[in-house]
Design a protein around this ligand. Structure first.
Ligand SMILES: [Zn+2]
Length: 226
């Protein structure tokens, strides 16, 4: 009786249940991303080199907050450091200073966190102009919060990447939905084993009969009505 009632209830609230699962999935995704950014050190990540491409150049010119007036050329390679749930992409560029003829040098480190897709992002920009006095670079952090929990300072990305958040939320919601099915799946499997052992599938009372004398479960009733 209880199972039938619950099934009916579940059917009626399916959109709400889906919404809550996705909401929980979204919160969990951000939590996982923050945890990955806090727990992993970028210094110990696996380093990959890639040649820079047109997308990198486009991103550079659209995103850069300092030295926008300069004619930048990206320097190969792009360095990508990867840790589970955390990646950092470093781009470097040079531009010849019109005033001195010396190169202005800039780097951008994009820090992205999240699993399976990055859902949080932040960038730290570093610009060393040929005209600026030594050791006085311009540093701009966008969407990053420095946090130190005693294991070294970490730059935590705080800007949401919507595409990544949607993918991560769906994955997390699927995981949660799977966890939610574990109790009923366990009951069903236990029932099969009890039935094979000649016991009531519901309460395990020995002596399998058409109607269990202990809990009243009827073998001839449809499944799930225990
Ligand atoms: Zn029983």
């Amino acid at each position: 009786m209880e199972g039938a009632g619950r099934r009916h209830h579940r059917g009626r609230t399916r959109p709400l249940r889906l919404f809550v699962l996705l909401l929980l999935g979204g919160v969990a995704s951000v939590g996982v991303a923050l945890f990955a950014a806090l727990a992993n050190s970028r210094e110990t990540a696996t380093l990959h080199w890639h040649p820079t491409d047109a997308d990198d150049f486009l991103w550079w010119n659209e995103s850069m907050p300092v030295g926008r007036d300069l004619d930048w050329t990206l320097v190969d390679p792009r360095r990508r450091r990867v840790h589970l749930g955390l990646e950092s992409i470093t781009l470097e560029a040079r531009a010849i200073s019109r005033e001195t003829g010396q190169p202005d040098v800039a780097t951008a480190e994009r820090i992205r966190a999240g699993w399976p897709r990055p859902c949080l992002e932040g960038v730290t920009w570093f610009l060393m102009r040929a005209t600026s006095p030594p050791s006085s670079p311009e540093i701009v952090d966008e969407g990053l919060s420095p946090i130190d929990l005693g294991n070294g300072a970490r730059l935590i990305p705080t800007r949401l990447i919507m595409g990544g958040l949607i993918v991560d939320s769906i994955v997390m919601a699927t995981v949660f939905a799977g966890f939610g099915r574990i109790p009923s799946a366990t009951r069903r499997i236990r029932g099969v084993f009890r039935r094979r052992a000649g016991r009531c599938p519901t309460c395990g009372y020995p002596g399998l009969e058409v109607r269990c004398s202990e809990c009243g479960f009827r073998l001839d009733e449809p499944r799930g009505s225990c």
